[in-house]
Design a protein around this ligand. Structure first.
Ligand SMILES: [Zn+2]
Length: 203
């Protein structure tokens, strides 16, 4: 299914804008937005009033990062952006993520992560109308699948493209378990797969 037309909640877009400004600075953020043909989305460092960015817009920003910085450097920056974004989501969506974490404290680490990922699937649907699925594999690794994905929306690549989501999942797992986890995108909608599928294992 083409997900380019799906609209993101303005608060989520504002979090993304603040993240990009922090990582790339004002001029870097402007260069990327100009390349994506979206300079008018920004006003005084925030999302311009009346703009409703779509998943396709986010995909264009990701593509612009790769065009400007090259795939290697862009993937590192996007992963960092994902980590920062998760931290900001916790602050901006305390009901979906933050409060759940208080209830999680008494659980063992692996159960905390699974419980949080289940909360994320519900929050994704509620906040962004995104269908996700979380699967525990018998070997202890975890699969997180998303049926719509802003990060690679409208993009066609030969390799997996959703470094921002990888960074966010790595940070989420580290934050809730206090242990380093490694996330790998094993299938990507940008490659023509039905879902972006992330494999998470403790590193
Ligand atoms: Zn993907």
């Amino acid at each position: 299914m083409d997900d380019r037309h799906l609209v993101l909640p303005p608060e989520a877009v504002d979090v993304a804008i603040q993240t990009v400004r922090e990582l790339l600075g004002e001029s870097g953020a402007s260069i990327i937005l100009q390349r994506a043909n979206m300079l008018d989305y920004l006003k005084d460092g925030r999302l311009a009033p009346g703009k409703r960015p779509t998943f396709g817009d986010v995909g264009r920003v990701t593509q612009a990062m790769i065009d400007v910085y090259g795939p290697k450097s862009a993937s590192a920056t996007l992963k960092r952006a994902g980590r920062v974004q998760f931290t900001k989501w916790r602050e901006n969506y305390p009901l979906a993520i933050g409060l759940a974490s208080t209830a999680l404290k008494s659980l063992p680490a692996d159960l905390r992560l699974k419980t949080l990922l289940k909360a994320v699937t519900m929050a994704a649907k509620q906040i962004a109308q995104v269908d996700t699925e979380f699967i525990e594999k018998p070997d202890g690794t975890l699969l997180f699948k998303t049926y719509q994905c802003p990060y690679c929306s409208g993009v066609h690549t030969s390799s997996a493209f959703c470094h921002t989501a990888i960074g966010a999942l790595d940070e989420l797992a580290f934050w809730v378990t206090n242990q380093a986890w490694q996330t790998e995108e094993i299938e990507c909608r940008a490659q023509g797969a039905e879902t972006c599928t992330f494999l998470m294992k403790m590193s």
